[in-house]
Design a protein around this ligand. Structure first.
Ligand SMILES: C[S@@+](CC[C@H](N)C(=O)[O-])C[C@H]1O[C@@H](n2cnc3c(N)ncnc32)[C@H](O)[C@@H]1O
Length: 317
């Protein structure tokens, strides 16, 4: 599949420290960032004190690798993979991606304490959300992407952080067959509009979710005119959405909620932005009891995607 949306938005690993916006001055490292235009305070830089050392224990009780701010800055500088997400790698050091994980966590109202919960992050890219779920105490975090682990450096980042996050390379369609168990929280941020089969993906999410699913997506409300508020879905045949031919469908918020009800979820939170031109939304939903609604009203039955390939224990094919 094409990853041009991600690629075009990501900071290239080959960039020099200067191009990355890393400045070192009077004992302070400054890391450039590409926050969304509606990011808080409009600030684009974060600062930290050089030489700060952190460490601790992961949920398995293993001592985690001690990483300093200098080491984190050096990792960012030498990285050859794509940075899609902006997140705190170690205290005060932010990665140079454009997708602000803190912003997504806030608008999705992810609890600060995830102790004892299992979390699945589908479309993980750099794993920024997965690492944050781990920091918040989740018992098990599985990070999934259709892209090879090397594209977004997820294995390198897991090793750097001494993280217990498990990476699996798979498509959302085949995940129920790969994982075979539901998760307390399933996060599906920035993936839905990249799919040619969005309802099949939501059917997969229903099988993978024991509690809450959180979906963040492009939406079509801003271009619906008189149909605004109606359950409409916009199809983009070529690169009509953001000049990115990996974008296929954008539902209206109403359509996304209707899809969720039909697939066996009950939306509990809906937030779209920007308010005058809604082009993105986040919807949280709980699993509705019983069989998915559509199975009670039609002869349609779940389609099961075939496993593309076998997976080894490291999440690779
Ligand atoms: C725009 S990025 C979103 C990254 C991250 N979730 C965020 O919001 O910051 C989309 C990600 O979804 C992944 N992806 C696309 N299609 C997928 C599929 N069928 N199954 C799993 N992941 C997929 C892409 O490889 C990419 O890493």
């Amino acid at each position: 599949m094409e990853l041009s949306t991600c690629r075009s938005r990501c900071t290239r690993g080959r960039a020099t420290a200067e191009k990355r916006g890393i400045e070192i001055e009077r004992g302070t490292v400054r890391l450039g960032s590409h926050r969304p235009s509606d990011s808080r305070n409009g600030k684009t830089k974060a600062s930290l004190t050089v030489g700060r050392v952190i460490g601790g224990f992961n949920v398995r009780g293993e001592e985690t690798r001690v990483a300093s701010a200098d080491e984190a800055a050096a990792l960012i500088e030498r990285s050859k993979f794509l940075w899609h997400q902006r997140f705190q790698l170690v205290p005060g050091v932010f990665t140079p991606g454009v997708s602000d994980v803190g912003y997504l966590m806030d608008i999705a109202e992810i609890p600060g304490d995830l102790a004892g919960m299992t979390v699945l992050d589908i479309g993980t890219t750099n794993g920024g959300a997965a690492f944050e779920f781990e920091r918040r105490g989740a018992e098990r975090v599985v990070a999934v992407d259709i892209a090879d682990a090397s594209l977004f450096g997820i294995s390198e980042l897991i090793a750097f952080l001494g993280s217990t996050v498990e990476f699996i390379r798979a498509s959302v369609y085949e995940l129920p067959a790969v994982l075979r168990e539901p998760f307390d929280l399933v996060v599906f941020w920035g993936v839905l509009y990249h799919l040619r089969h969005p309802l099949l993906a939501l059917d997969s999410l229903r099988e993978l979710t024991a509690g809450t699913v959180s979906i963040e997506t492009a939406i079509a409300d801003h271009e619906l005119g008189a149909l605004r508020g109606r359950p409409c879905v916009r199809f983009y045949r070529l690169g009509e959405l953001a000049e990115d031919s990996s974008n296929w469908f954008a539902p209206s918020v109403a359509a996304l909620c209707e899809w969720l009800y039909s697939c066996g979820f009950e939306p509990t939170k809906v937030h779209s932005w920007p308010s005058n031109y809604p082009s993105r939304a986040i919807v949280n939903a709980l699993v509705a009891p019983g069989q998915p609604e559509y199975q009670g009203v039609s002869y349609e039955r779940p389609i099961r995607a075939q496993l593309i390939d076998q997976h080894d224990g490291d999440g690779n094919r």
